[in-house]
Ligand binder design. Structure first.
Ligand code: CDP
Length: 249
């Protein structure tokens, strides 16, 4: 299935105009890209959409997080681009469907070891955006992501999926929300996991990652020209899901 701007625009129109929906005959999208800033709800939406469609859910952020975790474990200087890039080439990252029912969206394995929760720590979050600026790291990870994405029947989420990794995606969704709303959601998520988060620290972290992710030279976070933007400030997870699902059917 190829991506056509006209088709996406037609679908976009369709969700705003229920009367038109019947008139647009379409086959189901096979490659669905979801991009957006930190904590905009990409994983929540992506997981549910993939479950409903029977597709693979692939969160590309976990790969950048996995490399970052390895940087920390190997006590490497995160500013050493050559060493970090070499590390990204050396390690074997596997992302698999969840094997445990502990709120994880997927298993993240590095060289066979389960590092799923290690990748979600504040230490990783503090420097993951620096690791993600390195062209060699991105080249390595994006190639693996693209190979998986091109098999189709996939919902892939990240920062550059619609712009760089899978520009031919059938549907591109860009999820947005204010930094305050996103920080609040991340805060609630951590509370729900029994942690003791600090809202202001989370907000500062979200803003810092936004800044680095959207201004880097390689594959910066931006809205693909054929993406449909969903502003989620005033929408709950169910409402976002309904809008997105209507686009994909
Ligand atoms: O879940 P959250 O939105 O907080 O972050 P994530 O999706 O797990 O991504 C963590 C970091 O990885 C981001 O802040 C980006 O720096 C980087 N990333 C990226 O550069 N490109 C992607 N396709 C996915 C993540």
């Amino acid at each position: 299935m190829t991506c056509s701007l006209t088709r996406v625009k037609a679908l976009h129109q369709a969700i705003h105009d229920d009367g038109m929906r019947e008139d647009i005959s379409m086959s189901q999208a096979s490659i669905i890209a979801i991009d957006g800033p930190a904590a905009s709800g990409k994983s929540t939406l992506g997981k549910r959409l993939a479950g409903t469609l029977g597709y693979l859910f692939f969160d590309t952020g976990v790969m950048y997080r996995a490399v970052t975790w390895a940087v920390i474990i190997e006590a490497m200087d995160v500013q050493d681009e050559v060493a970090v890039t070499d590390l990204a080439r050396r390690v074997q990252i596997d992302v698999r469907p969840p094997s445990l029912d502990d709120q994880r969206a997927c298993d993240v394995l590095m060289d066979g070891k389960d590092i799923t929760w290690d990748t979600r720590t504040p230490e990783v979050e503090a420097i993951v955006s620096i690791v993600s600026t390195y062209a060699g790291v991105r080249h390595e990870l994006a190639a693996q992501q693209r190979r998986i994405g091109l098999r189709g029947k996939v919902v892939m989420v990240g920062r550059d999926i619609g712009t760089v990794v899978l520009p031919e995606a059938d549907i591109k969704i860009y999820l947005d929300a204010s930094a305050e709303v996103r920080a609040r959601r991340r805060y609630d998520e951590l509370l729900g996991r029994g942690e003791h988060p600090n809202y202001l620290k989370i907000l500062a972290g979200v803003r810092m990652r936004d800044q680095i992710d959207s201004t880097r030279d390689v594959a910066p976070l931006k809205v693909a020209e054929d993406a449909i933007v969903i502003d989620t400030d005033r929408l709950d997870a169910d409402e976002v899901f309904k809008k997105a699902e209507a686009l994909c059917r």
